[in-house]
Design a protein around this ligand. Sequence first.
Ligand code: FES
Length: 309
Amino acid sequence: MKLSVAEVRRDRGDVMVVTLKHPRRPLLPAFTAGAHVDVHLSEGRVRQYSLCNDPADASFYRLAIKREQEGRGGSISLQDHLAPGATLQVSAPRNHFALSSEATRHVLLAGGIGITPILAMSHALGAGTTPFEVHYFTRGSALTPLIDDIARLPCADRLSYHYDDDPGTRVDLAALLASPAPGTHLYCCGPSGFMNAVREAAAGWLPAALHFEAFQVAADEGFVAEPFTMVLRSGRRIEVSGEQTALQALRQAGIDHPSSCETGICATCECGYLEGEAIHRDAILSPQAKLTRFMPCVSRAKGTLKLDL
Ligand code: FES
């Protein structure tokens, strides 16, 4: 979709909040809390941003873009060039960080700009009856994105702030997550260090009750890519060298497989596998999904992997 930038405003923590509308239609495709869109930049670059507005109002999408000085340049380019009246190409919303309909209680943890999907979830949960609580961790109130948007939520009293620079607000993650009650689901979005700390503190939770949304794959510097073989349903064998990804090998073999981020965070390239030992290197698949699903842009395998392609 080519959407119009209706409004742009600067927010705390080097964040730009962008409101997008359809140039002609009153409504955009509906989305559910936790969804993101792919934003297409110049030269084929694609970035994922969560929608942070109330999913009940599909008249606009709102993104919060943090300026990542050490990133790959996408956020800087967006912040420098987006202005009211500009056009932005975005995909339809997709959601692999959805609220569980089976939960009897929700605990939501956001670190910094990871508040974006959590804010949409807070809107949705605030309109329902399932109990929930939100914990928002940042370096300090002056650097806390979307703090004014949160203050306006009818359910703002469900949110607790935890600031690094204010010892009185800090909370011990291990204590917070020590005793998971049956039916409680945990959602977490933020920088990889924060998410790793939450994973560690939530080690005693059932895997099916844990939901993580990553915008980058955790660094894995010691990983050595070994060659492996993919077998398609037709029986065709495709060799993947140590220097290429499974996705590149598929394309080299003439298979036009879709992709977007090519960093394991968007699920565009997701496919199934039927046999073999996959080495999962994406940031999306749940432990259950990893038994049958595969992201060829980053993941690999030991020996031979039979794909459902
Ligand atoms: S292209 Fe995004 S996960 Fe593979």
